[in-house]
Design a protein around this ligand. Structure first.
Ligand SMILES: C[S@@+](CC[C@H](N)C(=O)[O-])C[C@H]1O[C@@H](n2cnc3c(N)ncnc32)[C@H](O)[C@@H]1O
Length: 268
């Protein structure tokens, strides 16, 4: 691999902080990412009703005391390589939210929205409330040049059967989107649903834009970007996850089955 030059429509098995240093300034249109959590996450644990044997092991975790520095480093590189018109969406649980918020400010990003992704179930806990949401920080490099496409999903006057504005509903900052169960298929321990990524891509990018995910995991961001005619780029430090994401991209397959495969098509 020639590490002097990073190409688009490729993913790389490497540390994203190193990988991003190989990208020249102002090259990326949109970053969508879900960084590691620093909560001692165990990939092989049979949580969320999953069969542990199909979950690929090896998740790379960051120590809590190193989380701010790590976050500041990858965000500084992200800021440098984003175009002036570019935006970034960063997912975070509540545990590390303060480090994420501080680093975004310290690096110089402008915050546009603090979105909540509400999913359909959480881990049931006896003595506290069930966490059933994720935070998503929508930020940009230059508030005056930021791209946003408000009517690609719903026309200004489109209404529900009850006469409510579909456009308004879709633009509220709490997004209820179901997690995907990939029962019986290979998977990594965490993944963002396709619908969530599609929504971000439709509001904040156009065809042929370059979409980066520094922390690919299963490769969801790259796979959905490819499906929607965007250019993709991404990094994953764990070899097995990288191989899994690459296989999905090379074969144009959304879910990898043991024998048969499902072609890259989504119902929306
Ligand atoms: C929360 S997961 C991402 C899940 C992904 N959004 C998906 O839908 O599958 C974070 C990923 O970042 C990877 N990772 C951790 N540190 C990294 C680094 N320095 N460079 C690249 N990848 C890293 C982990 O191995 C893990 O797969």
């Amino acid at each position: 691999m020639n590490l002097k030059q990073i190409e688009f429509n490729k993913i790389y098995n490497m540390n994203c902080i190193k990988g991003m240093t190989l990208i020249p300034d102002n090259k990326i249109d949109l970053i969508i990412t879900d960084p590691p959590f620093a909560i001692n996450f165990k990939a092989s644990k049979a949580n969320y009703n999953r069969t542990a044997s199909r979950v690929i092991e090896g998740y790379n975790e960051i120590k809590p005391e190193e989380y701010y520095d790590f976050t500041f480093q990858w965000m500084s590189e992200s800021f440098r390589i984003l175009k002036e018109s570019g935006s970034m969406y960063v997912f975070s649980g509540w545990n590390n939210l303060k480090d994420i918020l501080m680093a975004l400010d310290d690096v110089g990003f402008t915050t546009i929205n603090h979105l909540i992704w509400k999913y359909q179930f959480g881990v049931v806990t006896a003595k506290k409330f069930v966490t059933s949401h994720y935070h998503c920080l929508y930020v940009c490099k230059n508030g005056k040049k930021r791209k946003f496409f408000p009517y690609t999903r719903f026309k200004k006057n489109s209404k529900t059967t009850e006469g409510r504005s579909l456009h308004y509903k879709d633009k509220e900052d709490v997004w209820s989107i179901k997690r995907e169960y990939w029962t019986g298929d290979q998977k990594t321990p965490t993944k963002l649903p396709a619908e969530l990524i599609k929504k971000i891509l439709e509001y904040s990018s156009e065809k042929n834009d370059v979409i980066l995910d520094p922390f690919l995991g299963s490769g969801q961001v790259a796979v959905i970007s490819k499906m929607l005619g965007r250019k993709f780029l991404g990094y994953e430090i764990v070899k097995e996850y990288y191989k899994f994401a690459k296989k999905r991209l090379d074969r144009n397959v959304y879910r990898l089955k043991e024998k048969s495969t499902r072609k890259l098509k989504m119902k929306h």
